[in-house]
Design a protein around this ligand. Structure first.
Ligand SMILES: Cc1cc2nc3c(=O)[nH]c(=O)nc-3n(C[C@H](O)[C@H](O)[C@H](O)COP(=O)(O)OP(=O)(O)OC[C@H]3O[C@@H](n4cnc5c(N)ncnc54)[C@H](O)[C@@H]3O)c2cc1C
Length: 556
């Protein structure tokens, strides 16, 4: 092989998701020669970030202040540490990353992104409110900043920077290059090797072929692993499942991430000296829908629910606080699985679905993804007698939805898709009890109290929380039930790294020449979330860890 710029560089990056792209941009800015490899075709550029809602965790921003939210670095730190509950010796680097990200999110992050042209939807929201204790998991204030243009709006400014580096010859992109080996000789990183895969014109996000048509080797003294997590590989998710905390892994799950989030690169990095920590920490959702119009295999869509739907386990028993819609992901997951079944139910009214069902994903939010105000106003504020179009489409076509005028018909429909039959009288008693609380300003029902609290925030009252009403009252109907599946998404643990994104081996020593960024690095350090994530911190961690690697003096 000739010593050409096609095969020799200063740095090789494995993975053209957002973390890899950010690292490539920053390295290109420093005049480094970069080879960026990805197993998928060029149209997949941006990886999962393209599909994301583009929500970013930032602290004390002008958007928050305009909404009357008082936030601070100190409050965010307390929220983060209360959520993370770091308790392991190996949490040393993750803790340092958490602190460093908090500093970044409270200072440079927004100006850096703003300068590149990024803007945010003015209503700052909650993707996850958290548990019920002041010292426990959760956000004390809304911090989820949805980017105008959603996921594609996050990728776009970096893709533009990347193209400029490609045009200048500083960055070479090689798609359909699947890395299978990191070449290390006499303790020194030399490059990577793997297979060239056959071209594939599949639409972005779909499953592509793995037909090998050749082999390749490329050389550089530094390799950055930016290969994402494991959420698309359900066997790997089950293998790493935290049985001690959550019980047996679910038999049925839907995939909240594309097929390429396969985890295959992680053991390859370990074989070269990397070290995975916190592999049992993961972030999967409990409100997954089977996509009626799937893009990737077993494609699941997550509902980001407002607070009003009633939540029942598979046996028809109402979940208790903090297992309320949008509150505490892992506590709810545990409660659901305790029943021995891996699904649960939302029961709600048409009025609730119209205001409270947001679907996660750029393609499910065409108005926000368009980045145009007119589209947003049309879809969210001017829609009469219906939820946003993608939600109505699920209601009509989704196999997990039941719509009926009476509770008897609803339960009949639920029982057609249930594994364990439900009794109408059992559900009716619980819904009537809840309904009796809604007119009472001194309600004792924790969920009704939570609904009233949510409506104290202008943002929630405007677009996220339906006016309290009786679910069983006909004028608020029809009634809707949704069978909710467990949906895989984020890998919280990963390759241990120091603050330069350099891998740290099992012996605690830095591994010269090897770096990891994004989800592959547990978003920084090998798991900077600890046990629980505050949302918006996944993209945030990819941006930050990619930047740290790209700016590191350790990459010569
Ligand atoms: C629907 C959805 C909504 C989301 N919403 C949000 C949100 O609002 N806020 C938030 O913070 N986070 C969100 N996330 C999470 C966030 O998008 C991801 O965690 C993040 O984009 C991961 O980026 P990454 O660069 O680390 O990895 P990826 O995007 O997974 O990219 C990794 C790349 O590496 C390539 N690769 C892997 N192995 C190899 C190999 N051996 N050889 C060559 N190439 C390889 C893959 O093909 C892929 O292109 C969402 C995710 C999804 C799917």
């Amino acid at each position: 092989m000739s010593d050409s710029i096609d095969t020799h560089a200063d740095v090789i990056i494995v993975g053209a998701g957002i973390a890899g792209i950010v690292a490539a941009c920053e390295l290109g800015d420093r005049g480094k020669r970069v080879i960026l490899l990805d197993q998928e075709p060029a149209q997949f550029l941006g990886g999962q970030a393209h599909w994301s809602l583009g929500g970013l965790f930032m602290i004390d921003t002008p958007e928050q202040r305009r909404m009357g939210i008082t936030d601070s670095h100190d409050l965010a730190r307390r929220d983060w540490m209360g959520s993370a509950q770091f308790d392991r010796a190996e949490d040393d680097w993750p803790k340092q990353w958490a602190r460093a990200y908090l500093d970044f999110a409270a200072s440079e992050m927004r100006p850096w992104l703003h300068e590149m042209g990024m803007r945010w939807f003015p209503i700052v929201g909650w993707a996850e409110r958290g548990g019920s204790g002041a010292e426990g998991h959760g956000n004390s204030v809304p911090r989820f900043h949805v980017t105008w243009g959603t996921g594609p709006g996050v990728v776009a400014p970096f893709a533009t920077r990347l193209q400029a580096h490609v045009a200048a010859g500083r960055v070479i992109c090689r798609f359909r290059h699947q890395v299978s080996h990191i070449i290390v000789q006499a303790g020194e990183v030399k490059g990577v090797s793997g297979e060239v895969l056959a071209a594939d014109s599949a639409p972005q996000g779909a499953k592509t072929n793995r037909q090998e048509i050749g082999e390749f080797e490329v050389y550089a003294p530094s390799v950055i692993v930016a290969s994402g997590g494991i959420g698309g590989n359900l066997d790997l998710v089950r293998k790493n499942w935290p049985r001690d905390r959550l019980g047996a892994p679910p038999e049925n799950m839907v995939a909240g991430v594309p097929f390429h989030v396969d985890g295959r690169m992680i053991p390859i990095a370990e074989a070269a000296g990397g070290h995975v920590i916190n592999g049992d920490r993961m972030w999967h959702y409990t409100e997954g829908l089977r996509n009626w119009d799937p893009i990737w295999p077993n494609h699941g869509i997550r509902i980001l629910p407002g607070p009003s739907s009633m939540w029942f386990d598979a046996l028809g028993n109402r979940l208790q606080a903090p297992c309320l819609p949008g509150f505490d992901t892992l506590a709810t997951l545990k409660e659901i699985l305790k029943t021995g079944y891996d699904y649960s139910w939302f029961v709600l009214s048409q009025k609730i679905i119209e205001k409270e069902f947001a679907l996660s994903g750029s393609e499910q939010n065409p108005d926000l993804t368009s980045g145009k105000w007119l589209e947003v106003i049309r879809a969210r504020l001017m829609s009469r007698g219906g939820a946003p179009a993608p939600v109505e489409a699920f209601k009509k076509h989704g196999q997990d939805f039941v719509v009926a005028d009476t509770l008897a018909e609803l339960v009949e429909g639920m029982n057609r898709i249930a594994e364990v039959p439900l009794e109408e009288t059992h559900l009716r008693r619980q819904i009537e009890a809840r309904d009796a609380q809604v007119d009472n300003p001194f309600a004792k029902d924790a969920q009704v109290i939570a609904i009233n609290a949510a409506r104290n925030y202008r943002g929630d009252r405007l677009i996220r929380t339906a006016k309290p009403h009786r679910i069983l009252e006909r004028k608020n109907g029809p009634l809707i039930a949704v069978r909710l599946n467990i949906l895989t998404r984020k890998t919280l643990g990963g390759l241990q790294t120091n603050l330069d994104s350099q891998m740290v081996g099992a012996d605690g020593a830095a591994v010269p020449g090897l770096f990891a960024v994004g989800e592959a690095a547990g978003f920084g350090g090998g798991g900077y979330h600890g046990y629980n994530a505050l949302e918006g911190t996944f993209l945030g961690g990819c941006l930050f860890s990619g930047r740290q690697a790209g700016r590191s003096d350790l990459i010569a």
